[in-house]
Design a protein around this ligand. Structure first.
Ligand code: ADP
Length: 417
């Protein structure tokens, strides 16, 4: 079946068209026809698309809202412009899979969207006020344009981490606050952690219950997950995606007393401090230059910029600490798996992260490490490493498409990863 995968943000929409079904999944033979994005929705939007095996195309169009953007995608997919042999009319799109950021404690796996699911996603708006409304708009737009009969599936960023034990998800706040407001660690990037854990299992030809790994999603946003017996048992992002690792513009972990102190010193509101922690901190904040790791590495290499080097060191040090913490939490692991734009492409950052972990039995193989870039997957540690290291490019859209196919086929997703 042809599945349209939608990831709707407030002014941006990413999409892919993927053909998959239970047979194709079992043969690992899914096909991706097209990927693209629409930015600056609300004005003259910028549309970028890439048909499989072709160059990237760019165009612009006035698109006033999410509905107009989804409408644009559907029309384009069916048009001679796209020239897709598999999609000639709207009826050739058989289901829609949506990335939904927050599923709270309601959603522990992907689900077919009905009225109750819509209400559940709405109930989580309080927890993700920027993201869930945009995701809902995408669902409602698709429902209006395709009709209520077309199956739509919600795949939640939080769902994979719903297996965290209480000790890992509770903050040591007064317990009634958890009951009253559901303040707890939810974790994000769940689809990515789940996908790379699944690929790791395939690469190593092992059972789900035998999967004991630490996954590191290092992109603009960064998070680590401790996966024991195939389940996420701890993860670095928390109640919001601000906690944990140092990220492009987010601070990650810090002493919460800093918020009030900074507000008083700088005359900022709590909201302004939150913005500072989310948008002006992390790699950007430390370097004073950029949130982009590639540029920072260039700056450190070419100009030996002190703060660029410091930002990279801090970034790697925080990750190393989390690896240590998770090895303790999960009673040891078999591998550390790198993914995300930085994790997949930077041998240098991977080397810095793993430096000093030799005592654990993690030895990077310089040649293997250097070879794993640009979407290649494989092992990067030496054969005799006690703790292996892998690079596995993430593919959240593929997992969303597959979950959509499984939900439509009525397969239970309760125990699946
Ligand atoms: P997002 O989290 O928005 O999906 P990505 O996963 O694409 O982002 O990751 C973006 C990050 O990956 C940026 O910091 C970028 O500089 C970094 N990156 C991409 N390619 C490289 C590379 N070759 N070397 C180092 N960092 C890279």
């Amino acid at each position: 079946m042809n599945i349209l995968v939608l990831n709707c943000g407030s002014a941006t929409l990413k999409f892919q068209l993927i053909a998959t079904d239970l047979d194709l999944i079992s043969q690992n033979a899914d096909r991706r026809f097209v990927r693209g994005s629409i930015e600056r929705i609300g004005g003259e939007a910028i549309i970028t698309s890439q048909l499989e095996g072709h160059a990237v195309q760019r165009s612009t169009a006035p698109l006033r809202d999410t509905r107009a953007a989804v409408d644009f995608i559907i029309r384009w997919l069916c048009s001679p412009d796209a020239n897709l042999a598999e999609v000639r009319a709207i009826a050739d799109i058989h289901a829609v899979g949506h990335r939904v950021v927050h599923g709270g404690e309601f959603f522990k796996h992907s689900v077919l969207i009905d009225e109750e699911v819509l209400r559940g996603i709405e109930d989580c708006i309080d927890l993700a006020p920027l993201h869930n409304p945009a995701n809902l708009k995408g669902i409602l737009a698709a429902r209006e344009l395709f009709g209520v009969g077309l199956p739509q599936v919600a795949v939640f960023d939080t769902a994979f981490h719903q297996t965290l034990p209480e000790t890992a998800y509770l903050y040591a706040l007064p317990y009634p606050l958890y009951r009253r407001y559901r303040i707890r660690r939810y974790g994000f990037h769940g689809t990515s952690h789940r996908y790379v854990a699944y690929r790791y299992r395939q690469l190593c030809n092992m059972e789900r219950v035998a999967t004991n790994i630490i996954t590191l999603h290092l992109g603009n946003g960064c998070s680590a997950a401790a996966i024991r017996a195939g389940n996420s048992i701890d993860t670095s992002m928390g109640f919001t995606p601000l906690e944990g690792l140092v990220m492009g513009t987010r601070s990650g972990d810090l002493d919460p007393a800093i918020v009030d102190w900074l507000a008083a010193k700088e005359g900022l509101s709590a909201r302004e401090v939150e913005t500072l922690l989310n948008k002006q901190s992390g790699l950007l904040g430390i370097s004073g230059l950029t949130n982009d790791m590639r540029d920072l590495l260039d700056e450190a290499r070419e100009n030996n910029d002190r703060r660029a080097r410091l930002a990279i060191e801090l970034f790697c040090y925080r990750i190393r600490k989390y690896i240590g913490a998770y090895l303790a939490a999960m009673n040891g692991a078999d591998a550390v798996v790198f993914t995300g734009g930085i994790g997949e492409n930077s041998p240098e950052v991977r080397t810095t992260i793993c430096a000093g972990l030799e005592w654990l039995g993690l030895h990077l193989d310089a040649e293997r490490n250097a070879a794993q870039t640009n979407g290649r997957e494989g092992v990067i540690s030496t054969t005799d490493s006690h703790l292996a290291a892998y690079v596995i490019p993430t593919d959240e859209e593929l997992l969303i498409a597959r979950d959509t196919a499984r939900c439509v086929a009525g397969v239970s997703l309760e125990r699946r990863s």
